[in-house]
Design a protein around this ligand. Structure first.
Ligand code: 4AD
Ligand code: MG
Length: 429
C-alpha cells in the first residue's frame, strides 16, 4: 500500500510502498542503509541480504543523492528509539536519476546555497524552517478568525505611500505611476469601519538597499485593525497574538524545533502580558550601555538588543517621538511631540517584530502631516473620508512574518525563512 513517512506509525508490520528521494546512503559490510525522504519526513531503509531482492543489492550503488524512487518494504519499530520507525527494504524502482547533486553533506558557503535555493529547500533544516513558517501562517489565521476578524486583503498596486517615500518600489499601472504596497494598513482602516475588526495578510515590499540579517525586499505582513481600539488595547491584542503563535509552534512543531536545535525554554515563557516601556524609559536604558545614543533618534539594531536583553519576554516600546514615525500616527494630546505608536521587540536580540499604534483621527492634523511628509494630498482623499464619515479612534499593527519565523526558529538570518527570499542583491532563483 502506498503511504507517506509521517504515517508509518500506523503501518507497523505491514508491507508498504514509499515514494521519495535518496537523502543519504551507505554500506557497512552485509548491510546497506538508505535514508529516504518524501517531504513528510525521512526514514531509514535497511537492506539485508536475504530480506531484499538480489537486484536491489546489486543496484544499490546507483542510488546517488536525490535519486527519486519507489521503494517497497516492511515497517518496523526502531530497535533502540521510541517512536522511530524503519523500513526493512525489499525492492525499489528508480524513477529519476540524480547525477552530481550540487549540495553534498559537506559545508557550503551561503552564497552557493542561496544560488541553489531551489534545491537547498530539500535539506532537513530548511524543510523544518518552512514547516514552522506554515504553522505560523495557520496560527495567524486561526487567531484572528477565532476572534471575529474578517480577512480583507489589501491591494499590492497602490497610488499612495504608507511608510514614507524613501523605500517605495515604483512601478507602472498602464500609464499611471504606481507603487508596490509597503503596508495594507490604510486599507485596513477602511475595512475596519465596515467590519469592526479586519486584517490583511499578504506580501509587502520595501526597496531597502541594505544587507542586514533582518531585511527582506519582499516580505509577508499580517495587519489587524480594530475600530474603537486605543494604543493600550492594541498592545493587549498584540501580546495575546504573539503568545498564541509561539505556543502553537511549540505544541505542533516539536520535531522541527528539535531539528533546528532551538532552545525552547526561551520560548516557553512567552506568555502575555509583556513589559511596556515609554520611549523615554527605553532611551535611558540604552544610554547606560551606549552613551552615543541621541535621545529623539530611532533605535538601531544594537540599541534594540540593549533593551530586549533586560527581559525574558518581548517588550513593547511606545510613545516614540512623532518626528521619527509615519504621518498617520496619533500624537498624544497629553504629550505633544510623542506618537501613540507601539513597537514590539522580540527576545534574544531579534529586534522589532511588530510595528503599530493608534491612528490620527483629526483631519486637520492629518492634512498638515501629509504636507509635512511631502505626500500628495489627492492620493489621500479617500483616507480622509474615513475621518469625515463616522471617524473613530482606531489601532492596529503589522507583524513581519519572516521576522517572526527567524525569532521563533532562532535563526541567524531572515533569508532562510522564505522559500525564495528577495534580498538586496538577490532575486534568483
Ligand atoms: O514597522 P512597520 O514599517 O509598520 C507598518 O508597516 C505599519 N503600517 C503596520 C500597521 O500598523 N498595520 O512594519 C511592520 C513590521 C515590522 O515590525 C517588521 O516585523 C516587518 O513589518 N518589516 C520587515 N520585515 C522584513 N524585512 C523588512 N524590510 C521589513 N520592514 C518591516
Ligand atoms: Mg517599524
Amino acid at each position: 500500500m502506498r503511504t507517506y513517512i509521517e504515517n508509518l506509525k500506523n503501518h507497523v508490520g505491514e508491507k508498504v510502498e514509499l515514494r521519495g528521494w535518496v537523502y543519504q546512503s551507505r554500506s557497512s559490510g552485509k548491510v546497506k542503509f538508505l535514508e529516504l525522504r518524501d517531504g513528510t519526513g525521512t526514514v531509514s531503509c535497511v537492506f539485508f541480504k536475504g530480506e531484499c531482492t538480489e537486484e536491489a543489492l546489486n543496484q544499490f550503488d546507483t542510488l546517488t543523492q536525490e535519486t527519486s524512487l519507489k521503494l517497497v518494504g516492511i515497517v518496523r519499530k526502531h530497535p533502540k528509539h521510541e517512536n522511530v520507525f524503519e523500513i526493512g527494504a525489499e525492492s525499489f524502482e528508480i524513477i529519476g536519476k540524480s547525477e552530481n547533486y550540487p549540495i553534498s553533506p559537506k559545508d557550503h558557503g551561503t552564497d552557493f546555497l542561496m544560488e541553489n535555493r531551489h534545491l537547498w529547500i530539500r535539506s532537513k533544516r530548511q524543510h523544518a524552517i518552512l514547516r514552522v513558517r506554515h504553522e505560523i501562517i495557520n496560527a495567524v489565521r486561526d487567531f484572528f478568525d477565532g476572534r471575529g476578524f474578517t480577512l480583507t486583503d489589501a491591494p499590492i498596486f497602490t497610488p499612495s505611500a504608507c511608510e514614507g517615500t524613501s523605500n517605495l518600489f515604483e512601478t507602472k499601472f498602464f500609464d499611471e505611476k504606481m507603487y508596490l504596497s509597503q503596508s495594507g494598513q490604510l486599507y485596513m482602516e477602511a475595512t475596519s469601519r465596515a467590519f469592526g475588526k479586519s486584517y490583511c495578510f499578504g506580501p509587502t515590499f520595501r526597496a531597502e538597499k541594505s544587507k542586514t540579517r533582518r531585511h527582506l525586499i519582499e516580505f509577508w505582513m499580517v495587519e489587524p485593525e480594530v475600530a474603537f481600539n486605543d494604543m493600550y488595547d492594541n498592545m493587549e491584542l498584540a501580546e495575546q497574538f504573539i503568545e498564541y503563535i509561539v505556543q502553537r509552534v511549540l505544541k505542533n512543531r516539536p520535531d522541527e524545533m528539535k531539528t533546528l536545535e532551538r532552545d525552547i525554554s526561551k520560548l516557553q515563557n512567552i506568555i502575555a502580558p509583556f513589559p511596556k516601556l515609554h520611549y523615554k524609559e527605553a532611551a535611558q536604558i540604552i544610554l547606560k550601555e551606549n552613551p552615543n545614543f541621541i535621545v529623539g533618534d530611532d533605535f538601531g539594531a544594537p540599541d534594540e538588543t540593549i533593551i530586549s536583553s533586560q527581559y525574558d519576554k518581548p517588550v513593547f516600546v511606545h510613545h516614540y517621538p512623532s518626528a521619527i514615525k509615519a504621518f498617520y500616527m496619533k500624537e498624544d494630546p497629553k504629550e505633544p511631540g510623542y506618537a501613540m505608536g507601539c513597537d514590539l521587540l522580540a527576545t534574544e536580540g531579534y529586534g522589532e517584530i511588530i510595528g503599530g499604534g493608534q491612528r490620527e483621527e483629526s483631519i486637520e492634523k492629518l492634512v498638515s502631516k501629509i504636507h509635512e511628509h511631502k505626500l500628495d494630498m489627492k492620493d489621500f482623499e479617500w483616507y480622509l473620508d474615513l475621518r469625515r464619515y463616522g471617524g473613530v479612534p482606531s489601532s492596529g499593527f503589522g507583524l513581519g512574518l519572516e521576522r517572526a519565523v527567524t525569532w521563533i526558529c532562532g535563526l541567524p538570518h531572515v533569508r532562510e525563512t522564505a522559500a525564495f527570499p528577495r534580498l538586496y542583491g538577490r532575486a534568483y532563483p
